[in-house]
Ligand binder design. Structure first.
Ligand SMILES: *[C@@H]1O[C@H](CO)[C@@H](O)[C@H](O)[C@H]1NC(C)=O
Ligand SMILES: *[C@@H]1O[C@H](CO)[C@@H](O)[C@H](O)[C@H]1NC(C)=O
Ligand SMILES: *[C@@H]1O[C@H](CO)[C@@H](O)[C@H](O)[C@H]1NC(C)=O
Ligand SMILES: *[C@@H]1O[C@H](CO)[C@@H](O)[C@H](O)[C@H]1NC(C)=O
Ligand SMILES: *[C@@H]1O[C@H](CO)[C@@H](O)[C@H](O)[C@H]1NC(C)=O
Ligand SMILES: *[C@@H]1O[C@H](CO)[C@@H](O)[C@H](O)[C@H]1NC(C)=O
Ligand SMILES: *[C@@H]1O[C@H](CO)[C@@H](O)[C@H](O)[C@H]1NC(C)=O
Ligand SMILES: [Ca+2]
Length: 536
């Protein structure tokens, strides 16, 4: 369902703006057009404006939850008395009969029927235990209230209730307003009315006795949360000066948030009794019944959409200005040329659109995503692949070097340094693939011993305790075996012979040349501790 046909507006506006620029009534500021085409000497171009969806009846789009879940009357069937006449106790509530059922949906159907349709709770059978009911209305979307919330009670207005709101999809709740016949007694709050509020105290949470006092329910069934009277503190009594309110909303986040909700909760704490004493003989007289709830508002789209769509049981802004997200709260991919910000009502009447700007996302095909970094005011590639890094994935990751004969967008542009873990200081190499060698090693990967050096795998190849040195070898410093003259090998396991194998030189202590990989395998076979360091 569309609140507003943006296309129609655009087309209209396109024709209007050629002749007149006085499209907007300046007092209100409509903010109903996100963009329009303008003709100038340079030809056709777009003009962008802050925009918002029209206000609508938000009760069509909500989900209602009751706590306790079985608090609706009629299961099992029950008879109850009317409040005004305690001797009339022949009203029936039966959930299994459509005409006698009072399910929650009847709070949101189209009124105007007589008698009215209403939701009704079970009666206060467990008196004096409190009769508590929570009615939660959830939109799963941020909504900006534009008119009073109005609840209509068919049972007499409750003697105590709290209206609460959530801004974070029901995770946390704040009170909106307290209602009681006696605010001091019920909530230890001084009774106030919305007329007591000023611009400075507009955000105060008050307790009011205005909608509970007296017992004249037949004529006065409604409980309000006053939005318009709060607006009027800035916009004047007839809301003539909305520009002033919009200016305030632009600059004051708390004020904006005050009128913004994702959920509402009505906490019913004590039903109408119409008397100081509860008639314990006739508890069927006490219950809650609500025939109607009005919530007027608009989707919050951060002034980046004039259209809100209801799609798959969910509200979502139809975002313009290259924004995206349920509230148009982000810039679209490739439009992150500057930080996202909400549109602004100011300057009146067209506002500032704060559109998201296109950005050239050059990552040499090692990534297809860029991100705007506000701190640096720059756009960088994210998640560079193929061992690349850098703002445009134009550098090689540490441990890799640039393949000079490959193009920057080649998948093989970065080559593994492959530094010998035993012979190198680190796993990094210079731009031509040379690793930094430890003393005694050489080669691009430091994989060879210099003359006069030999591979010494250093740590724990042998251990006296476990007698790893064989053939009478003696373990020295837990690191090597000193072999009898007729034996050689790391563990003195070999009979000495004349010719040496290649690689690094033997010492005269009987140490043998082994390639690091060989000694590593040996150690793994022996179940020895992890290799720490190897030296030449
Ligand atoms: C509702 O359910 C609760 C527990 O699930 C039970 O204690 C209570 O009696 C029920 N109330 C009614 C009115 O059926
Ligand atoms: C209603 O909501 C309040 C918190 O807002 C919670 O403490 C309470 O347990 C809920 N349920 C009932 C039946 O009051
Ligand atoms: C609320 O909306 C989000 C998407 O914005 C969705 O993933 C989630 O399932 C919705 N939650 C409910 C309770 O509908
Ligand atoms: C209601 O109260 C009146 C007295 O006030 C009593 O006569 C009558 O029996 C009561 N009705 C029920 C259903 O308890
Ligand atoms: C957003 O992007 C589309 C192309 O993807 C472009 O046509 C449009 O003009 C851009 N700008 C705005 C502000 O919508
Ligand atoms: C370097 O890039 C060229 C051209 O793509 C390729 O043929 C060559 O195999 C690459 N060299 C290495 C070591 O990957
Ligand atoms: C890399 O190191 C090698 C050996 O030290 C040297 O010959 C070469 O010039 C270095 N390359 C660069 C680009 O620094
Ligand atoms: Ca109704």
């Amino acid at each position: 369902m569309h609140f507003h046909l943006a296309l129609t507006v655009q087309v209209l506006w396109t024709s209007v703006c050629q002749t007149s620029m006085q499209h907007y009534p300046t007092a209100w500021g409509h903010y109903d057009v996100c963009k329009s085409q303008v003709y100038s000497d340079d030809g056709l171009s777009w003009d962008y404006m802050a925009c918002q969806p029209e206000a609508a009846d938000m009760t069509q789009y909500l989900k209602v939850t009751l706590d306790p879940t079985n608090i609706t009357c009629g299961d099992p069937p029950e008879t109850y008395c009317t409040l005004e006449n305690p001797y009339m106790c022949n009203n029936e509530c039966d959930a299994s009969t459509e005409e006698l059922a009072h399910p929650p949906e009847l709070m949101f159907d189209n009124e105007g029927r007589n008698p009215s349709t209403f939701w009704q709770s079970t009666s206060w059978k467990k008196y004096p235990k409190a009769l508590l009911v929570n009615i939660t209305l959830s939109w799963n979307k941020t909504i900006e209230l534009t008119d009073d919330i109005v609840l209509t009670f068919e049972s007499g207005r409750p003697e105590q209730m709290v209206l609460e709101k959530s801004l974070d999809y029901g995770r946390t709740w704040q009170p909106y307003q307290f209602y009681a016949t006696d605010c001091l007694d019920a909530f230890t709050m001084e009774p106030k009315t919305v007329q007591d509020l000023t611009q400075n105290s507009l955000l105060d949470i008050i307790c009011t006795e205005e909608y509970s006092r007296g017992y004249v329910w037949k004529y006065d069934k409604t409980v309000h949360f006053e939005i318009k009277e709060r607006f009027a503190l800035f916009a004047g009594p007839q809301l003539h000066n909305m520009a002033s309110l919009y200016g305030q909303l632009d600059t004051t986040k708390n004020l904006r948030d005050f009128f913004t909700i994702t959920d509402l909760r009505i906490r019913l704490l004590r039903p109408a009794t119409g008397a100081t004493l509860v008639d314990e003989n006739n508890l069927s007289r006490y219950f809650y019944a609500i025939s109607d709830i009005k919530v007027q508002g608009r989707c919050k789209c951060n002034l980046h959409a004039n259209n809100c769509v209801y799609d798959k049981e969910k509200l979502r802004c139809d975002c313009e200005h290259n924004t995206t997200g349920p509230d148009c709260g982000r810039c679209k991919r490739n439009y992150q040329g500057r930080a996202w910000s909400a549109g602004s009502y100011l300057p009146i009447p067209k506002g500032t659109p704060n559109i998201c700007e296109y950005t050239y996302c050059e990552c040499f095909s090692h990534s297809n995503r860029c991100s705007y970094i506000e701190l640096l005011n720059t756009v960088i590639c994210v998640r560079c692949k193929h061992n690349t890094r850098g703002q445009h994935c134009q550098l090689c990751k540490l441990g890799y070097y640039r393949n000079a004969s490959a193009e920057l967008d080649d998948e093989n542009v970065c080559i593994d340094c492959n530094c010998n873990p035993f012979g190198s200081v680190s796993d990094r190499c210079n731009d031509t693939g040379f690793c930094t060698c430890k003393e005694g090693t050489t080669g691009p990967q430091c994989q060879e011993c210099l003359p006069g050096y030999f591979w010494d795998d250093g740590s724990q190849v042998c251990d006296n305790e476990f007698l790893h040195c064989q053939n009478g070898g003696v373990c020295i410093s837990n690191s090597r075996c000193s072999c009898p003259s007729s034996y050689t090998g790391l563990l003195c396991e070999k009979v000495r012979c004349e010719s040496d194998l290649g690689g690094c030189r033997n010492s005269n202590l009987g140490q043998v040349s082994v390639t690091p990989s060989f000694s590593l395998i040996l150690m793994l076979l022996m179940g020895s501790a992890l290799l720490k360091e190897n030296f030449c």
